[in-house]
Design a protein around this ligand. Structure first.
Ligand code: UD1
Ligand code: UDP
Length: 358
């Protein structure tokens, strides 16, 4: 069987990193990179660190508005798929690359396999939510990471259960591999001590308009009076900080986006993580670091329901209140860390074995 795996951004590379080599072993695989992410720190660094092979096609689509970016991907992906004639197209997650890959395939009547299917924030203002819903509607093999996702597909959206497979999340497999590779020297590079800093990331479209970004970063400045913060800055966010000359306090250490091994190590050694990232919410649970979500909702509600992750929102007052309270009350942080959540390895193997039966 010939499988075309289509992806284009940092989280897709990471979350497909255990699956891609296995697909190469078990099937004929064509790797197609849309080029949605292209800067070294958002792209190539992960191929190097995770020992991924070169792609067969790199489309160099780059940045642009949603329609421009997705439209350009569709046109080029159609050409490649017509030429390669795969039996299945495999996509991951909820980005514009995911949507373009699934849509180009579906229009050519090529079956689509969707990894990390069924996640819903129920917030249609998020471009990712639209991508998830559309991709799941046109997918033939839906690999759900958890029970919430499985139920969203089969119960709420009435997708026939024969198409839906509860397999767990490939990010667990990637994360468990990467945490062993961390070099402790990285803590010294940023003058950080284990358990004495917050790791912070922010990049969602909803959080990176000037007003919203400014409010969140002012809260971060206030929190940094109590504790050091390490902030690897996504390139979308960096652009807005520079354009609006947003002032950030010295106790917030700004860096370029980090490699995965360093990021995993810095997460493992942090006291708390504050983020609007989807992937980091899961990784925080895997590594048992309390995660404060800079959003009003999340597609990973299972962890919030168990009390492991906390929805912080985006208002100055709420962020400062909740984070300072946790910093002042060690027992509250310890309590979160003691909550047990089941982490299932093996999604990669389950997906391969399902694909082998097709
Ligand atoms: C995209 C995904 C988002 C995912 C995120 C992972 C969509 C709609 N969004 O958001 O779901 O969480 O990737 O990080 O697909 N830029 C660079 N170099 C790069 C990539 C981006 O400088 O290699 C800058 C450009 O200014 C670009 C901006 O970042 O305009 C946004 O990039 P884009 O890929 O459109 O969206 P992300 O915010 O990265
Ligand atoms: N990540 C990384 N370096 C960083 C920030 C994040 O390697 O500086 C990793 C992180 O561990 C996770 C993934 O990138 O695996 C998450 O990507 P992002 O937050 O950009 O996207 P999302 O998961 O929100 O779609």
């Amino acid at each position: 069987m010939k499988i075309a795996t289509i992806f284009g951004t940092r989280p897709e590379i990471i979350k497909l990193s255990t699956l891609i080599p296995q697909l190469d072993i078990e099937f004929e695989q064509i790797l197609i990179h849309t080029g949605q992410h292209y800067s070294y720190q958002m792209d190539k660094i992960f191929f190097e660190e995770l020992s991924l092979r070169d792609c067969d096609y790199t489309l160099n689509i780059g940045s642009g508005s949603h329609a421009y970016q997705t439209g350009k991907m569709l046109i080029q992906l159609e050409n490649v798929l017509l030429h390669e004639k795969p039996d299945i197209v495999l996509v991951q997650g909820d980005t514009n690359s995911t949507l373009a890959g699934a849509l180009a395939a579906s229009k050519l009547q090529i079956p689509v396999a969707h990894v990390e299917s069924g996640c819903r924030s129920f917030d249609r203002r998020m471009p990712e939510e639209i991508n998830r819903i559309l991709v799941d509607q046109i997918s033939n093999y839906l690999f759900a990471p958890d029970e919430n996702a499985y139920n969203n597909l089969t119960s709420l959206e009435c997708i026939p259960s024969e198409k839906v497979f509860l397999v767990g999340n490939t990010s667990v497999d990637a994360c468990l591999r990467a945490m062993k590779l961390f070099n402790e020297k990285t803590l010294n590079d940023y003058s950080l001590e284990k358990g004495k800093y917050i790791l912070f990331t922010l990049h969602r479209q909803e959080n990176t308009r000037f007003e919203e970004l400014n409010e969140i970063l002012m809260a971060l400045n206030t929190i940094s009076k109590k504790i050091k913060v390490l902030f690897p800055v996504h390139l979308r966010t960096r652009k807005v900080i520079i354009e609006h000359k947003i002032k950030i306090e010295d106790n917030v250490i700004l860096t370029d986006p980090l490699g995965y091994k360093d990021f995993m190590g810095l997460l493992t050694n942090s006291k708390l993580v504050m983020t609007d990232s989807g992937g980091i919410q899961e990784e925080a649970v895997i590594l048992n670091i309390p995660c404060l979500i800079l959003r009003d909702n999340t597609e990973w509600m299972g962890y919030v329901e168990k009390g492991k992750n906390i929805i912080l929102g985006t208002s100055y007052q709420k962020i400062v209140e909740i984070v300072n309270d946790l910093l002042d009350n060690k027992e509250k942080v310890d309590k979160i860390r003691k909550i047990k959540v089941q982490i299932n390895e093996g999604a990669t193997e389950s997906i391969i074995s399902i694909l082998k039966k097709i």
